[in-house]
Design a protein around this ligand. Sequence first.
Ligand code: 13P
Ligand code: SF4
Length: 304
Amino acid sequence: MIKDIQQKIVDLKKRNGVCILAHSYMSEEICEVADFTGDSYALSVQAKACVQNTVIMCGVRFMAETVKMLSPEKRVILANPQAGCPMAEQFDKDVIEEVKKRYPEYAVVAYVNTTAELKTVSDVCVTSSSAVKICRAIPEKNILFIPDINLGTYVKTQVPEKNFKLLSGGCPTHAKIEKSDAEAAKKAHPNALLLVHPECRPEVVGLADYVGSTSGIMDFAEKSNKKEFIIGTENSIVQHLQFRCTDKKFYPLSKDLVCHNMRITSLIDVLNCLEGTAGEEIKMDSELISKAVKCINKMIEYGG
Ligand code: 13P
Ligand code: SF4
């Protein structure tokens, strides 16, 4: 049954020249029909490179907006219009403009998990896999990092030569994991390495053996000669890794590491998008695009 739906999707996307991009948090059955699967940085690069005129984004809204900004001439469809990212919408542009007034000598570095509006008042974007590299590389010594305080704190520890101001935003899914959860998981699996996403709290990151993006975590676990891993990011990654590395064992750091926004997109949504009965075509004002895309292009120039 699933195979039949997947075959329909593959036939339709080929016939209609559609590229399917899927964030690593998507289900295994969606990843199998995607042209490209990866973390936020890799998806941004791929969005620019893909040759098809239509892109279906299986992920959350800011990811579809990023594709649209990088390729405004393409039709970009968000597979499930309800998939938002609560972190991206935490701050209004006015709030950031007020903070900027207080720190005029600070460059605004925005996590890509932000709205297009916020990107218009930012100097450069970063993703979880590129944040450290980009904060080191930009010429400015003073950085106002928005909106994720946990990612910002992690970057600050890795780039001690710069001055950071942080806001109090964050990912509700990763931020609810506490030090006691990490300690309990380590106690339950004493031989496992703890791999965490930098959106986790500093006290959780402090206990980790590896800190990285979704793709970074998958790469590390696949290449490691160790056999057991506790995964400190959305639990879909536990399943992906278990499928890929059948000789290894993967444990979720917490049963609560579930992002409902990332889970909402189904294989049927993808089929319905291709049949024209679901999904939302991303429409953005061209002035908004030209202002907001600058910081995304800068991120890609500095590299992942
Ligand atoms: P990545 O940058 O690892 O893809 O993370 C995106 C995200 O939303 C994590 O919560
Ligand atoms: Fe947003 Fe967190 Fe979900 Fe990622 S896991 S999409 S940052 S809410």
